[in-house]
Design a protein around this ligand. Structure first.
Ligand code: ANZ
Ligand code: ZN
Length: 874
């Protein structure tokens, strides 16, 4: 065989070729009535920002490996793709470049669809939709109305961050230092009537069901639990000491630490507490403080970061357990109105916020929980509150109790007392999870199908008038909501009484769109949101893959939606995603010019001398190489998937994304890495093409299985066995490592078989390369199809059943022995269990390290302990 006779594999020809064939044959179109076992694999659908990025490539490559593997196992695989297409960027583009949000969005979708297609993903494109398609949001409006009828939706006054210049509601993340991120205007807190989904009704259920999500990453389950934030505590009524400032006689607080009551040194009200409002009327300092708090915003980050500050109200309450003791009442910026009762007692010894506050206002700090091993006489709180376990002290009758016993004791005492006919203490479970406000004052979203009539109140849009479509012509010239400004759109007749009425001009949070798309994929053209039987047959999604940034809200909202859709008869599954996987990020070195500007990798040139890599600009100016960071436009450390596909081909890009690190970890994109992957595609191609040529020679000497052949068979079957398991467990990098090994083994075997080809050897060689091609097919599908054809196989490799490992070759009859030189481990050898001593000695001595250390001399001593160790003494 002349190695040079094999032409280089050219992905630029082959990849579009196979993509066209898959397309023409509708290879990846999935039928709902296919009787085989089903498998649903889904990657989080992209926002059509304009171009795909390497994070997408990694995400979709992983999903595609699973989809192709499950297909090869004979399953009916659903692997769809769509677009999370509503949202603010389209409106911003409209404002900046005077393009219609719809045109901007659909153009981006066209670009990105072509990019995804160039990756050769086994997607069922016939099920594609965008959430901004009227067909999709029409069904979403039906869901909204069904949820409304089923008491899953509430109209609520809620506080929002209002940007007075842009006339829009801002998310907490869009408020930066109290100002709108876009306008820079001081943000106000406003109460708006908002539509909200009653997710908090499901708090306990959503929490409990997390236990059953055993195929989810533990960290995601923890994040969900924390977000739901269950805490068991008490409401406690404090008696207000007589005063001239208010007639209120009691103040109710929520605490999770009634055990620390003896360490209480103050009370605090939320700036939005009703009592605060009353007191403000005659207290200018308090009124000014409250106004400032409102400007600060309500996000937890803001509140956590801000200094803990407050204003004394002049009121005192009586301590419920200590006779004649009173506590001063403050209004404090860190107490939220929408949690518990909007009022707290402060125990600075055991709560950091309370401690910070107490230090500022010179309040008592009395520790009441003593950590084990501390001396009660000397234990003191300095600037860190103690929140750990311990024994009660400084607490009268509670002294010596555990925290749990003290909690129970205080609860029992307070429950048995009453103030004004009410128990002084009531046990209560609280959840941090709030109802999900979905109203947005935006154009590019799903219209909320409601009409407001002065006479009839809130009127759902009747089914016959659905969908409520977004108006075509829209102006972004004025600040505020374009739907509200539209001259005609909102003016309609009331469906009930026929009088002039107004449409709801709010559109839905885009998180609504992504909360049920996985169900819609099961019947994307249906005239109802789902076809329940079809959806039930496909759901839950067997494996969902996406970024950890969606591990909280998107997953929680989808879990709520599954329940709400169940309640309204659209589904019968409770949990939407059986398996969840969060992949790591793609990182890249960063480059900075001498002027401190970020540089794109394409602007940097490298020279390598010895072990140092030097970077320069095209003009030869020095460049500083920074550490690997998440690819981001702001740091310019991005690599465009299009360029990579153009230069190396999709298979190479996919292979590299899968090969370098475990999928849950970050992967560093390097030029060397992608080059290595490209070389590997050529190696596989050459191995297969050379094997195909020699197999085609059909020798008539039958031959028999020699030792090399048996070794090759073992390598083939073991790799087959392992690779399936690794893919199944989403350990793609380990599957890749096995493929490298198998390729090496087959390369050696090809050399062996070509020296003296006979029927036995060529049959093994054929099995080896055929299996190899099938094993790489999920990762490098185009190369695999090309190789499959080269081997003369009929049909497509993507339609071929997954190879089965022959158990006869799986039994382990080799051992791996550590090889020591002068007592220090230098390497390993793998030998047959019954290998003789001479064989083992010879292998040990031919190890690279050992040979180098021997410098051609014979060892002083060579000790072989069979099945244990080899020791070389020099
Ligand atoms: C007294 C106390 C003593 C507290 C102590 C903590 C430690 P979780 O666990 O998150 O539910 N709190 C109650 N309502 C609040 C509100 N509206 N805004 C801000 N903080 C509030 O937190 C419950 C604890 O957070 C409660 O228990 C209360 O402070 C505070 F050593 O009561 B604790
Ligand atoms: Zn009416």
């Amino acid at each position: 065989m002349n190695a040079n006779s094999v032409e280089r594999y050219n992905p630029r020809d082959k990849e579009p070729h196979w993509q066209k064939i898959w397309d023409e044959r509708a290879t990846f179109v999935t039928k709902n009535d296919d009787p085989r076992e089903r498998y649903y694999v889904l990657e989080m659908f992209p926002y059509p920002s304009g171009r795909i990025h390497m994070g997408h490539v990694r995400n979709y490559a992983m999903g595609d490996v699973l989809a192709r593997y499950q297909r090869a196992l004979g399953k009916n695989v659903l692997h769809p793709m769509g677009w999370d297409a509503f949202g603010l960027p389209a409106e911003n583009a409209a404002k900046q470049s005077n393009v219609h949000p719809r045109d901007w969005t659909y153009q981006n979708i066209d670009t990105m669809r072509a990019q995804l297609k160039s990756m050769g993903l086994s997607l069922d494109w016939s099920r594609e939709f965008a959430t901004c398609d009227v067909d999709y949001y029409a069904q979403q409006q039906k869901l909204f109305l069904d949820f409304l009828a089923a008491d899953l939706v509430a109209r609520k006054k809620s506080k929002v961050n209002w940007d007075p210049v842009d006339e829009t509601v801002l998310a907490n993340e869009q408020v930066i230092d109290g100002r709108g991120w876009r306008s820079g205007a001081l943000v106000e807190q406003r109460e708006l009537n908002q539509w909200a989904f009653k997710i908090s009704d499901y708090a306990e259920e959503l929490l409990e069901a997390i236990d059953g999500l055993t195929d989810w990453p533990e960290k995601v389950r923890t994040m969900q639990r924390n977000w739901i934030g269950k805490s068991e505590g008490m409401r406690v009524l404090f008696e207000i000491a007589p005063n001239d400032l208010t007639d209120d006689e009691t103040l109710e607080i929520f605490t999770t630490r009634p055990d620390t009551l003896y360490g209480a040194s103050f009370m605090a009200l939320s700036p939005d507490h009703p009592l605060t409002a009353k007191l403000m009327a005659d207290n200018d300092a308090l009124a000014a403080f409250v106004a400032e708090c409102r400007r600060q915003g309500t996000s937890t980050e803001v509140i956590e970061k801000a200094d803990k500050r407050g204003v004394a109200t002049g009121i005192h309450v009586k301590h419920p357990l200590i006779k004649d003791a009173t506590l001063p009442v403050y209004v404090a910026n860190f107490v939220l109105m929408d949690y518990g009762t909007g009022a707290i007692f402060g125990c600075p010894g055991h709560d950091q916020r309370d401690l910070d506050f107490a230090r500022t206002y010179d309040l008592n700090v009395t520790p009441v929980v003593l950590p084990e091993g501390e001396d009660p006489e000397t234990f003191a709180i300095l600037d860190t509150a103690y929140t750990g376990p311990g024994t009660l002290f400084n607490s009268g009758p509670l002294d010596g109790m555990s925290i749990e016993d003290a909690k129970a004791q205080v609860a029992t005492t307070l429950e048995s007392r009453s103030i004004d006919g009410q128990p002084q203490g009531t046990r209560q479970t609280n959840y941090r999870l709030r109802d999900w406000g979905v109203s947005r004052q935006r154009y590019w979203g799903c219209p909320i199908p409601i009409i407001h009539c002065d006479t009839c109140g809130i009127v759902p849009v009747p089914a016959a008038q659905l969908p409520v479509e977004l108006p075509e012509e829209v102006s972004f010239a004025k600040p505020g909501n374009p739907l509200d400004h539209h001259p005609t759109w909102k003016h309609v007749d009331c469906p009930d009484c026929g009088r002039p009425a107004l449409r709801e001009t709010d559109t839905m949070d885009t998180f609504v769109d992504s909360s049920w798309y996985f169900a819609r994929f099961t019947a994307p053209q249906a005239s109802t949101p789902t076809i329940p039987d079809v959806a039930n047959a496909w759901l839950p999604v067997d494996q969902y893959i996406g970024g950890v940034e969606h591990a909280i809200l998107h997953l929680l909202y989808s879990r709520f939606f599954a329940r709400a859709m169940q309640k309204t008869g659209h589904l019968e599954v409770t949990e939407p995603f059986k398996g969840m996987f969060t992949q790591g990020m793609v990182t890249h070195e960063t480059y900075k010019s001498a002027d401190g500007d970020w540089l794109n990798p394409t602007e940097v040139h490298f020279t390598q001398s010895d072990n140092t890599r030097t970077a320069k600009t095209a003009d030869g100016d020095p460049v500083t190489i920074g550490s690997g960071e998440k690819m981001s436009k702001s740091k310019k450390n991005v690599v465009d998937p299009d360029d990579i596909v153009q230069t190396y081909g999709a298979d190479t890009a996919r292979w590299f994304m899968l090969s370098d690190s475990p999928p849950e970890r970050d992967v560093e994109w390097t030029e060397a890495g992608i080059e290595g992957a490209a070389r590997f595609t050529q190696r596989v191609w050459k191995l297969v093409a050379e094997s195909a040529a020699i197999i085609a020679t059909h020798p008539d000497n039958p031959g028999e299985n020699d030792a090399e052949t048996i070794d090759a068979l073992k390598a083939i079957h073991r790799a087959t066995d392992q690779i399936g398991k690794e893919i199944d467990g989403l350990r793609f990098n380990r599957a890749v490592a096995q493929i490298y090994e198998l390729t090496n083994a087959l390369q050696r075997y090809l050399a062996h078989a070509s020296k003296a080809p006979d029927m036995a050897r060529l049959a093994t060689l054929r099995t080896g390369v055929e299996y190899l091609v099938q094993l790489i097919a999920p990762m490098m599908p185009h190369l695999a199809e090309t190789c499959w054809a080269e081997l003369g196989k009929s049909g497509l490799v993507c339609d071929a059943p997954w190879p089965v490992a022959d158990p006869a070759y799986l039994a382990d009859d080799t051992v791996t022995l550590p090889v020591q030189v002068n007592g220090k481990k230098r390497g390993e050898i793998t030998v047959a269990k019954e290998a003789d001593k001479a064989d083992i000695e010879q292998q040990a001595l031919s190890l690279d390290v050992v040979a180098r250390m021997l410098e051609g001399k014979a060892p002083k001593k060579l000790i072989v302990v069979p099945n244990r160790i080899v020791n070389v003494v020099i």
